[in-house]
Write a protein that binds this ligand. Structure first.
Ligand code: ADP
Length: 225
């Protein structure tokens, strides 16, 4: 069953076309890797699917509803309540401790502080982060910070997790550990994952991969033929 879909989506940054009629449908619970060369439109596609960018033309549907036609306030609620995000450089809030960073999406959704922190603490053991709860991001290694970012992306039980080069700043062993945790947690929660990467060994964790070239989506076998 399709949970999220882009239909013939085009988007330009001023004069620069980033997407030129991109279409993709992602199944509920699927882990999808979006591959392709740098500048091909992968991040722009992810941002359109997540309702961060609104396409110039085409449609984006989540659960059958047109999110590209929603006002920004509705898209922002959707991102807060039903989507999770992990970016290349963690983007933790430096003033907050790790556990406060993980609790943040819950606090923003109106969950009480005690309950939000209790939920956040539970992720530390699960992700091998025991003892790091009260450190700030400047006191974490890259791999630790990215695991904290992963916990923050998953803590609210999102329906879709958007991950943009989540291992791009990590060495390969650390990257594999982060991907193992991401995939295990997503499968356990039934979370759909849309993962942008240019690394085949990261894409290998996905159920399916597609390739973006020149702002359009191709299945790999169609590229080869
Ligand atoms: P990828 O994720 O595959 O590297 P992007 O989606 O980031 O590709 O970019 C697609 C195209 O849009 C590229 O030509 C890029 O230079 C351009 N682009 C991306 N972001 C911006 C921006 N904020 N302003 C102007 N051009 C942009």
């Amino acid at each position: 069953m399709t949970i999220i879909e882009a239909k013939n989506v085009s988007f330009s940054f001023g004069e620069t076309p980033a997407l030129r009629g991109a279409s993709i449908a992602v199944d509920q619970g699927e882990i999808l890797a979006i591959m392709g060369p740098s500048g091909s439109g992968k991040s722009t596609l992810l941002h359109c699917l997540a309702g961060i960018l609104v396409p110039d033309s085409g449609e984006v549907l989540f659960g059958g509803a047109r999110i590209d036609a929603m006002p920004e306030t509705s898209r922002s609620s959707l991102r807060r309540d039903r989507f999770g995000f992990v970016f290349q450089f963690g983007q933790l809030v430096p003033e907050l401790t790790s556990v406060e960073n993980v609790a943040l999406p819950l606090l923003l959704s109106g969950v009480r502080r005690k309950q939000a922190l209790d939920k956040a603490y539970a992720w530390f053991e699960r992700l091998g982060l025991d003892g790091l709860e009260h450190r700030r991001s400047g006191e974490l290694s890259g791999g630790q910070a990215q695991r904290v970012a992963l916990a923050r992306g998953l803590v609210a039980g999102p329906e879709v997790l958007f991950a943009d080069e989540p291992t791009g700043a990590l060495d390969s062993l650390t990257g594999e550990q982060v991907m193992d945790l991401l995939v295990a947690a997503a499968r356990e929660q039934g979370t759909t994952v849309i993962l942008v990467t240019h690394e085949p060994r990261v894409a290998a964790y996905a159920d399916r991969e597609v390739i973006v070239r020149d702002g359009r989506v191709n299945a790999p076998d169609r590229i080869a033929s």
